[in-house]
Design a binder for this molecule. Structure first.
Ligand code: THU
Length: 309
């Protein structure tokens, strides 16, 4: 059971959903400890706040400590007198993740300033894009239930949510994401030549970078005389990857077309991509002559995917 929550108050009050979560935690009588780099900040919805001051950690008034030294989440927990076994750390940086993990806390990392893969590599138990991921709850029990829902049901740590799937991103890939994307652009451009598009004469090539392995899979559009049975390049690449690896997370996607304008994934493909992608998944649109290249985040192309939980 989570009885104590510790976080950087400065970050938690800035991040989307943060102020609401702190308020909900207070209503649910969960003890929250925060630390702040500001000197005269008040504790708001925190039960206890350690703020920037001079010298060692000292209590200045009810629920308020000041500290001139290095602050950390374990320091806040000790000021609270909390037990790490029943504490949740909300972490925003890889350092916060590893300090809280070493102290034995459960760590919910927010990928607002650091990317999810780095947070996963640091050992975070749960990774969310914003604190909006935790909805309304009325007591400590329903807060716990929400956390469990976000956690990998198989109890693996370091997993990241891609669409509705939790996957552990590859921690030592064969090559960097940058190199994988270069390869994906080459593969999408090559497979474009194989597109079967006798009806529209519009060829498309695509390639996806799998999050769990860093491998790249390509696909082209395959049209059909029925028109409706046509398969787009993006879906073909995704089906190809799943046929080889099983469920995938899409770390990056490339769509190659003749360009002018560059072809983005169609609405049906966006919906299919949302099943396996993160809002931060990179979508590269390239022309096969190599002259145009645009990069989007998936969340920009489909901000509100339909998710069947
Ligand atoms: N097409 C794709 O392969 N991907 C897209 O996202 C847009 C459309 C294909 C389907 C069809 O074969 C042709 O382009 C014209 O719509």
């Amino acid at each position: 059971m989570v009885r104590w929550v510790v976080c950087s108050y400065d970050e938690a009050s800035k991040v989307e959903g943060g102020p609401f979560l702190l308020h909900e935690l207070r209503q649910a009588a969960v003890t929250v400890g925060g630390y702040s780099g500001q000197r005269d900040v008040e504790r708001g919805d925190c039960t206890l706040l350690v703020r920037r001051g001079e010298g060692p950690l000292v209590q200045v008034k009810e629920g308020m400590f000041s500290c001139g030294g290095t602050m950390s989440l374990p320091l806040v927990l000790s000021a609270l007198g909390g037990d790490a076994g029943e504490a949740l750390a909300i972490a925003f940086t890889p350092q916060e993740v590893s300090e809280a993990k070493s102290a034995g806390m459960k760590v919910l990392a927010v990928a607002s300033q650091t990317d999810a893969v780095t947070l996963a590599d640091s050992g975070a138990d749960i990774i969310v894009d914003s604190l909006l991921a935790l909805g309304r709850f009325h007591d400590a029990g329903s807060f716990e239930a929400q956390l469990l829902k976000l956690e990998d049901t198989e109890g693996q740590s370091g997993t990241v949510r891609y669409g509705r799937n939790l996957l552990r991103p590859v921690s030592s890939p064969l090559f960097s994401l940058e190199r994988a994307i270069t390869l994906a652009i080459e593969m999408a451009t090559n497979v474009w030549k194989n597109a079967y598009a006798p009806y529209s004469r519009f060829k498309v090539g695509a390639a996806v970078v799998s999050a769990a392995t860093g491998r790249v899979y390509s696909g082209c559009n395959v049209e059909n005389g029925s028109y409706g049975a046509t398969i787009c390049a993006e879906r073909n690449a995704i089906l190809h990857a799943i046929a080889v690896e099983g469920v995938i997370g899409i770390e990056a996607l490339v769509v190659a077309s003749k360009g002018n304008p560059l072809a983005p994934p169609c609405a049906q493909c966006l919906q299919v991509i949302s099943e396996f992608a993160r809002p931060e998944t990179q979508v590269h649109l390239v022309s096969v002559d190599g002259k145009s290249h645009k990069v989007y985040q998936f969340g920009q192309l489909l901000p509100h995917p339909f998710v069947l939980e």
